[in-house]
Every structure is written in C-alpha cells, then in structure tokens.
Design a binder for this molecule. Sequence first.
Ligand SMILES: Nc1nc2c(ncn2[C@@H]2O[C@H](COP(=O)(O)OP(=O)(O)OP(=O)(O)O)[C@@H](O)[C@H]2O)c(=O)[nH]1
Ligand SMILES: [Ca+2]
Length: 900
Amino acid sequence: MPSGADDGAQYSFAIEYKGPPVNYDLPRAVPINIDRIPVAAVVGPVSLPEKLTLPVVQPVLAPKTFSKELKKSTVSPTSVFDRSSEDDTKELEGSESTVSPTSVIGFEERVVESGVGCALSGELSSSGALEFSNGLNYRSGEFSDVNNGGKESLDFNSDSNQPEPDPDWASTESVLSLDYPSSRVSSSKALDCDVRRPPLVTFRDIESDDGVDEEEAEVVQAKREPQSKGKKKTCYRCFKGTRFTEKEVCIVCDAKYCSSCVLRAMGSMPEGRKCVTCIGFPIDESKRGSLGKCSRMLKRLLNDLEVRQVMKAEKFCEANQLPADYICVNGQPLCHEELVILQTCPNPPKKLKPGNYWYDKVSGLWGKEGQKPSKIISPHLSVGGPIKTNASNGNTQVYINGREITKVELRMLQLAGVQCAGNPHFWVNEDGSYQEEGQKNTKGYIWGKAGTKLVCAVLSLPVPSKSSNPCGEPLNYVGTRVVPDYIEQRILQKILLVGYNGSGTSTIFKQAKILYKAIPFLEDERENIKFTIQSNVYGYLGILLEGRERFEEECLDEMRKQCSSSQMDANGNNDKTLYSIGPRLKAFSDWLLKTMVSGNLEAIFPAATREYAPLVEELWKDSAIQAAYKRRSELEMLPSVASYFLERAVDILRIDYEPSDLDILYAEGVTSSNGLACVDFSFPHSASEDSINTSDQHDSLLRYQLIRVNARGLGENCKWLEMFEDVGMVIFCVSLSDYDQFSADGNGSFTNKMLLSRTFFESIVTHPTFEQMDFLLILNKFDLFEEKVERVPLNQCDWFDDFHPVITRHRSNSNTSSNNINSSPSLGHLASHYIAAKFKRLYSSITGKKLYASVVKGLQPDSVDTALKYSREILKWDEERANFSFDYSVYSTEASSFSH
Ligand SMILES: Nc1nc2c(ncn2[C@@H]2O[C@H](COP(=O)(O)OP(=O)(O)OP(=O)(O)O)[C@@H](O)[C@H]2O)c(=O)[nH]1
Ligand SMILES: [Ca+2]
C-alpha cells in the first residue's frame, strides 16, 4: 500500500500547498472536532428531547492506528480528511469519525434540522433521532469489530477488499458507499413521513438571481446559512481572493470556495457541490437549473470520471430531488405520488420548479397561477385539485373548460377563426377540438389551422407537443382527429453531430454558425474566443521556442565536433549559431516555456497581452525565430493550423485584436472539447431553390438545431446518448486523413485512428436510442486526404487492405498530376468512395438500413453547406415516408374544417 504521502502526491489537488509550514490554525471546513461542530448554536433555542444529544463522534473513537490504516485504505483523495501532516493527525485524534465526516456531520446536522422543524411536531423529532441512532450503531458496530479484530483490513465496504484499489475511482466509490446509510435514512424519513414538511417554504417574490427567470420561481425555501462567512466576496474557507476569483458555490447554503479550498470544503461530493456540512440538506431551489452542470473549475480539479460521478450524484441523488409539496397545482400541494405522475407522464412540464400552477386536465393546458398558459402537458393526470375559474386571472368572459381565459388566448382564438362573440364557454379537448358547452358537435380544431402555431409562437402561447398523443394509445373521443406528428416536428428538427476526437465536428459546427446565423458569435463569445486564440498563439510560440532551443543545441554539437577544443577556448564567441537569441528574448522565452509547463497559460490573460505584446513583435522578427519557423515541419507538436495564426502573431497578440470569422473557424479549442454545443438556425433560401421549390415556401421558416458532442463527451459506452433521443437524425463525422494515424487506445498500445473511429461508429449506430434513426456519414478533411493518398497507400489501415483502384495502371503515365487528362476520377475520389462503401456495408450489416454519406472539406463553407443541406433532404424524405402511410383524405377534410 502506498504511504499517505505518496497518496497525496498522485493527485494534483492534494498537493496544492507547497510553502513553508504556517504558524496559524488553518481554517477547516470539516468541524471534525466535536466541540467545534456548530450544532449547539442552532439547536440552542429549541428545547430538545435528551435523545437528540447523542454525540455522533463517540462510536468511531478509535486508537491512532485506526486512523492511520484508514488513511491508507479508503480515504478518498478528494475528500477533506486526507491530511498528511502530523499536526493534522493530532488534531484528528479523538475524532476519527472523519472516516466519513461527510456522513457523520450530515447526520448531526440533519437531526438538528428535524429538531428545528419538529419544534412543531414532536413525533418527527423522536423518529428522526431514533433512526439516527440506529444508523450510528450499525456503523459503530462495524467499526468496533474492526478495532477488535485488529490488523485485518478495514472492511467497512466491499470495495476496500481490493488489495490496491484504483485510487481515483475505488476510493471515491468507497466514500460514496460509506455515505449511503446516511442518505438512505434521510430519504426514507422523508418518504415515510405523512406529516407534511413543515413550512420551510415561504412564499414571496424571488430575489431575481442567476438563471432564475422570475416567471418560474415564486416559492423560495428558507435558505440555509453558510457556516462561515468571510468578508464579502472572499473564499468562505481561506478568506482570500476577491469577487473576481473563480469560485465554486455550495448548492445548499451558497458558500463560495476558491479552487484551492473547494475540495477540502466539499469533500468527495456524494450529493454534488455541497459543503460537507450541507450534505443531506435540500438544495437552494434557485440553483436547481444548474444541477449537474459542471463548472470549469471542477473540470480542472477532478478527472473526467470523477466529474461525471459527482454531477450524476448531484442530479439524481435523493436529497436533491424536488420536494413534492413545493409544487402546488390548482391550489393544492402535491404529494410524492402526484409529483411522480406529473414527471413521468408522456409529456411532462419540463424543468419544473417550485411554484403554484394551474392545470386544465381536459386540454392539458398548464400555466403559472394567475398567468396565461405556458405549456400543454399530458391531459387527464390526477394531480392537484379542480381548476379554478380565475386560475389564470383572465378577464375576457370567455371560458375554456371552466377557466376564464386571458387576453392573449382570446386573441389567438380569434386569429384561429373561433367565434368568440357572446361570452361563450368552450370545451376544448387535448387534440384542440372544441365545442361550445352543452353542445355535442365539434366546431373545429384550434391547432389545425396552418397559421395557428405561428400565431401561438408570436403570442408565446403553447402548442401541443408531438408526444402528447403517443401512437398506439387509443383516443377516447369519437370523431376526434389527431394533428399529425410531422407537422409538429417541423417546428424544430434536431440534428446530432458526433465524431471521434479530431474528426472535425467543431469545425463543421462553427461553419454552420457562420453560414446560417446573422450573428455567428456574440460579443462576449468573441471576447472569450479572442483569449483562446491568443493563448493558442502563445502556445504555438512556445513550441517554436522549444524547437529553437533544440536546433541551437544541435548546431552547437555540430560545431563542437568540427572545431577542435583548443579553438573553442581561444574564441569564446564561437557558441553563436543561426538559432541563438539575445538575453532579453531568452528571458522571455524561458518565462513562456515555464508558464506553459505549469499549465497556467490561460491564467495570464488578459494581462499578458498588455505586457508582452511588444516583446512578441521583437521575438517574431528575430532571425533565429524565423530560422526555427522555417523548420516547423520538424516540430511534431505544432498543429498545421499554427502557421495561419503565427504569421499574424504580432497582430493577434495585440490588445485590440478582434478575431475574424475565419480566425474563429481555424482556432482550436473554441467549442468546448467535451461539452455540448448547439445552434438553432434555418436555411436561408437561395433564389435558385425558390424557383424549383415553390411549394415549400415556408421551408425557410423551418428551424433546425445542430447539436455537437464528441466521443469524450458521451462517456464510456456512450451512456449519455439517451439524452438525444428526440433528435431527427445523426451526422457522424470521420476524418478521412486518419487512415495512417495512430492514437493511444487506453490500453497502452496504439491503434489506427480510422479503426477507433469505426468502433465509435459501431457503438453509436447500435445504441438502442438510435434504432430508427437516419445516419449521414461525413467523410471530412478531403483536402488533406486527396493529397495524402497519393503519397501514403490507403492500406496503411488494415480495414482498407482490399483497395485496388482500377485506375492505377491507367494513371501511371500521369501519376503525379492531379488533373487527369481523360477526366477519370482522381485517386482521392476513388479512395473516398471506397471508404464510404466500406462504412455503408458495415452499417447495413448491422442495421439493415441505408447509410447516407457525403465527402466534405470542413474548412470550406460551400462544402459544409452542401452536406448540411443534404441532411435537410434526408430529414424531408423521412417525413415524406411517414406521410405516405398517412391517410391524406383525413388530412384534407380536417384542413377544410379549419377554414371558416
Ligand atoms: N485540412 C483540413 N483540416 C480540417 C478539416 N476539418 C477540420 N480540420 C482541422 O482539424 C482539426 C480538428 O478539427 P476539430 O473541428 O477541432 O475537430 P473535433 O471533432 O472538434 O475534435 P476535438 O476537438 O478533438 O473534439 C482542427 O485543427 C481543424 O482546423 C478539413 O476539412 N480540412
Ligand atoms: Ca477541436
């Protein structure tokens, strides 16, 4: 087993402090010292039953060996209690409950909470205390066993059985599983409890805060106060920093921590980003929207796997779920079952936040109390009370299903051609068919008319969702006709763009923005991109400078070989080469290389620009640098796009530099490398298309959404793919020029990148979510490929070993010329078609379907435009196929019934 010190050394975040020992007490986030657990203050005013004073720490009191053992075996590197210094160990003595300070303290606090809540209901408190002590005894039993048993492994969870748990993963797991009893207790308590939660909730106007649209949230729970509060805007733990320091926020108490404190303060985060003392507490509802959305800081501090684990826990753990009674429907708070019904129905209200809602069970209309409808959800759900006449606070004297409607709705009805004279009472069904109250016959369909949806969009009124009537479910209403799905789908067509790393998905994504958006990149987006590009350029310069050093050394070696040693001694200046630079530039070069190695390149912005811009100019013009730049093809680390930027380095590194669209297109790292990006657009219609396709006039109104995600972002086994179940099609991007490239495959060996791409392709097309999906294969980087395939045989990739182009003999006399005399296809074309055929065969052997394919040059706008328009055609064909099975006569009758 590694020693504690070694343990720490493996993690960058565990060795954050390297300075001399401090002579003051470090502020600690985990009040592991029993006396310091800030319980008393909170409990003080409430008279508690004696049971409640159960000291949490007691059962885990253990000899020192225990704590040492513990550190070695199960302590998560991310957790707060991995302290290696002797002083700390001392401090911990008598409070070895730190095994899982998270859970222990969580317990303590929870008792306090229920205690406070139970000032109102005595039973609850005792039950809480009881469960608490049970949990503790159970655990203490385990611990004492361990202690009595002596040297045996500390087997408080099965994972630690492994002789050497993978430190990254197993240990996190172990801490999580350790915490399990606590969260179970808390959740079961919450569920079993038939007493409604005491009014933790107060109804008032929300202080409009980050990301909370005032329309949604009006219920705010009493907020938990942070344990310590530094001076305003500083880190709550070390009290350093300003409001500009990047900080992570506790989703319960809003405490903010800087990057050096966050892991100490939040431990292994079994419920996401909460101070260890906030674990088990309900989250601050205003932060619900950001659950599971990782910050850049965490991404830096934790590895991918840990980030995913933490975010998953944050989103799905019991304690963070929306409490049912925070939702009131038609004046009645929901119970747990009702909330489940609401959230699991075919068409649930998305992103449900606490608040008062009204719900028209007949039509499925849904809105905030006192407001116009915002959504149409599944009808006939038994949740909440009966709808009130004044639910939406309308004053039109027109009624729908017993609710007086609002002005905008009335306007919509009028535009839809519904006769509204004489204060009618309408009965509107889920499909939009309507009758006047007391009459039998349907008067028409509100959603049927072509323009209605547009009207609704303009008036911000909801329209039925396509899934509101899942096929197969029989309709109860005789004579009712369903609005066909494809009409609905026309509103927003989603296209998923995926590819193996480096295949060019972000380039295509950026092209789409540039092609179809009036403002491809917003102002602040550009600002960020600017810094990205500038730091890229510093990076390229660094690579160049490193190359220069290498070249200089090589030259010196060469010179030493040629000259005799006596000559060298005689003339000290003999060590100057073509690649030598003066001391000033040398100092800058050393600084830059050092900064790069430390990985802090991005942190120096924007200060660096001001400071170093003049030096960069001097550097770039220096003959040594230019000499090194001439040999750039020997610098493997320098990407091919680098020269595009380096040649303009002086301009780019100026303060007033503004990246052009082309700069952005070429820039690396603009779209987040594993995050999601998406863009909404519609295809602008060209004159030529208009004349051919007059029937599709409204095509330009159709909206598309391109969603880009790459292999890394999908997690192992593509487990995040399910999120994309509502996309209309998938574009899979492959880099043609990968066929002779190799990449580490994770098992330490190198695999051909084309084969890695193929494996990824297979896992995507076989994913259950995409069973019925159309796929378009984009074979990208044709420009590189065309040139490369003339030099490097295609069979460098095993998969392509049966490529025997017929043209070879024919071309032999004009082998090097790319334009063929007899206009037969180039080798590049043949080879790319061959590769397309390979993929198509593979695809149809797996799915039995046809794969669409397109050869693309990602850096050329026209080429990407063509490919994306091709995807639009595929979506249309798909739609038409659906139409064929649809009874047109039904549709036309329906259509006529819309006209008034
Ligand atoms: N020559 C050439 N280069 C391309 C083409 N498409 C993309 N590239 C370059 O290939 C590199 C990788 O492309 P990206 O668009 O970043 O690829 P990605 O799929 O986002 O890959 P990750 O960033 O690894 O996720 C970039 O330097 C692009 O400029 C192309 O058609 N031709
Ligand atoms: Ca990229």
